[in-house]
Design a protein around this ligand. Structure first.
Ligand code: NI
Length: 180
């Protein structure tokens, strides 16, 4: 099974994806899919991946952040795999930060997101969990849960003037670094 990232314009990225029937969780094929999603996320240097980004109409997301070349200053969080995740509560207080997306390569935008969210999901073993996360972790959860509901980060942007090509984003970053 080789997974391919699909890009903005691919229809399944713009729909509310199908819930996963827990009966499939023990299947070898499903477990293999989770492994391949994690492998693809790592290979692409992503901090999160939704199943519809590899063309699959299902509610499955993976996320993990170790400081890497795309997110050098981000706060780390461990590998998570969530089935049918749903955000139950968004903090009213928001913060802005830059986001990118593997399905929209070469761009970055400033996106306001809730500082913390409470979400529910199933683990790959089918156990229901409810968790509250904050900061960059909450940002990635919001980005990935948006994906499985058919939204991109630009849909959440308040000012498209702060949507940058990666080259210009890097110029901005470098000029900030040389200012210090
Ligand atoms: Ni994305």
């Amino acid at each position: 099974m080789k997974l391919q990232i699909v890009k903005i314009g691919f229809p399944v990225l713009r729909k509310k994806t199908e819930k996963i029937d827990t009966a499939v969780l023990p299947d070898k094929k499903f477990k293999q899919l989770i492994k391949e999603m994690i492998k693809t996320m790592h290979k692409m240097d992503g901090v999160g991946l939704a199943a519809n980004q590899v063309g699959l109409d299902m509610q499955l997301i993976t996320l993990e952040c170790k400081a890497n070349s795309r997110y050098p200053e981000a706060h780390d969080f461990p590998l998570e795999v969530w089935i049918n995740p749903r955000i139950l509560k968004y903090s009213a207080e928001k913060e802005e930060d830059w986001e990118g997306c593997l399905s929209i390569p070469g761009y970055r935008g400033v996106v306001p997101r809730s500082k913390w969210v409470t979400f529910e999901a199933l683990t790959p073993e089918g156990e229901r969990v409810e968790k509250t996360v904050s900061g960059f972790h909450a940002r990635v959860i919001q980005h990935e849960v948006d994906h499985i509901n058919g939204f991109f980060y630009m849909d959440r942007m308040k000012d498209l003037k702060r949507w940058f090509h990666l080259d210009e984003f890097n110029h901005l970053l470098n000029s900030h670094i040389s200012d210090k």
